[in-house]
Design a protein around this ligand. Structure first.
Ligand code: ISC
Length: 417
């Protein structure tokens, strides 16, 4: 079912009036433009999109959440009055989306901001949607979190390790090959979080990741579920992790260990296979590298594979994201057995953690990351998430340590110092 969030917000019935013009912002970081109210962001290395205000919005849920969103967006852009003098991916009408991991529970949202500013290479543009052109200038700086206190989420460390042990047993018994199990952490704050605070810090420290915020879920994801651009499709698949020590020489040795680790290579292979198998029906040709490379992030290193293809059908980036979700980087292998086990033992709703998050333009081009290294704004503060791929040889204690390392980006970004 498609329901606009409020009666004041035009749904697909009221045509959007969209205008994109080039702007010159010199070197002003796009994040500096974001006001505290209703900010959205999708940025990597200073490029991407930010926006604010709500010109149109869709909330949906259940197993039709992706098809509802695809239909709503097609209807919205079909009726829009568009004047786009820049004509790049991400200009003209653009929606931002965040999707629940599972059919139940969780709301999925598409939002069309009133103002969007984009940057790609040396081009910067402003898109307005049914509003006057604003004067673009730095917004007030973000406020740091007040009274931040972390506590266990649904399970404490010991309990989560027993769940991992249970999964290892079930894998050993032949029920499935891999499952990704996640845990959460609660951060309470004395006043509502100014989400721009962690966004600035994530963008600064994790510049090789996509720093996102859409409707209360934010983070810096290293994993691109799918990018579709002018007929080309790319997916960055990650699975297999080792923590960094902070000592460069030791980290290089660890990277070599990761690249040879049979446990991590097995975990990675499942994830690459799931992505390649889902993309194949949409592609006339594909390149799936035989061996992964090691992606170095400030907190961890991952085995990574970039899968590329040429799309031969009309599938939009969001339809491609739907067919890829949940990949074995966040679900498992085989997918049905893995998602059943997640439901049975994880002990918490994932909501939008590990679901697709990103944006799409009127042509269907867009980028959908996996909402990892992420947190959801909740009434009491923030709920952080981290998950780990479990295979037959996984050790619960090592997985707990890995999950702690995966909390680090958001955890550090929330600290006031
Ligand atoms: C599920 C997460 O990471 C995935 C992505 C990269 C490496 C992973 C791993 O090694 O377990 C996970 O598959 C997470 O960060 O919450």
């Amino acid at each position: 079912m498609t329901t606009p969030a409020s009666a004041a917000v035009p749904g697909p019935a009221a045509p959007l009036v969209v205008r994109t013009v080039p702007v010159d912002l010199a070197d002003l970081p796009l994040l500096d433009l974001l006001p505290q109210q209703e900010p959205v962001s999708w940025l990597r290395r200073g490029e991407g999109l930010v926006g604010w205000g709500v010109a149109a919005r869709l909330e949906t849920s259940g197993h039709t959440r992706f098809s509802d969103a695809v239909k709503w967006w097609a209807e919205t852009v079909a009726r829009a009055e568009v004047d786009d003098s820049v004509n790049e991916p991400g200009t003209g009408p653009v929606c931002f989306g965040t999707f629940a991991f599972a059919d139940e529970p969780g709301e999925s949202v598409l939002v069309v901001p009133q103002v969007i500013v984009g940057r790609r290479g040396d081009r910067t543009w402003l898109t307005t949607v049914s509003v006057e052109e604003p004067v673009l200038s730095p917004a007030t700086p973000p406020d740091p979190p007040v009274g931040l206190v972390f506590s266990d989420g649904a399970l404490n460390g010991e309990e989560w390790m027993s769940v991992v042990a249970e999964a290892v047993g079930r894998i050993g018994a032949g029920e499935l090959e891999k499952v990704v199990l996640a845990r959460d952490l609660i951060a309470t704050t004395d006043v509502p979080l100014d989400v721009r605070w962690p966004l600035h810090r994530l963008a600064e420290h994790y510049e090789m990741c996509w720093t996102f915020h859409v409707d209360g879920i934010f983070g810096a994801t290293p994993e691109m579920l799918v990018r579709r651009e002018r007929g080309l499709v790319t997916s960055r698949v990650l699975a297999g992790t080792i923590r960094r020590t902070g000592d460069d020489d030791r980290d290089l040795a660890l990277a070599a260990t990761l690249a040879r680790s049979s446990k991590d290579l097995e975990e990675h292979e499942y994830a690459v296979r799931s992505v390649a198998d889902s993309l194949e029906p949409h592609c006339s040709s594909m390149n799936v590298p035989e061996a992964p490379f090691v992606l170095h992030l400030p907190n961890v290193m991952h085995l990574a594979t970039d899968v590329n293809g040429v799309v031969h059908d009309e599938a939009t980036s969001l339809e491609l994201a739907e067919s890829l979700h949940p990949s074995a980087a966040v679900g498992g292998t085989p997918t049905p057995a893995a998602t059943r086990l997640i439901d049975e033992v994880e002990g918490m709703p994932r909501d939008r953690y590990a679901g697709p998050v990103g944006w799409m333009d009127a042509s269907g081009d867009g980028e959908w990351g996996i909402a990892l290294r992420s947190a959801m704004v909740i009434e009491e503060g923030v709920r952080l998430f981290a998950g780990c791929g479990i295979v037959a040889s996984s050790d619960p204690e090592a997985e707990l340590a890995e999950s702690q390392a995966k909390f680090v980006p958001v955890r550090d970004a929330l600290s006031a110092g």
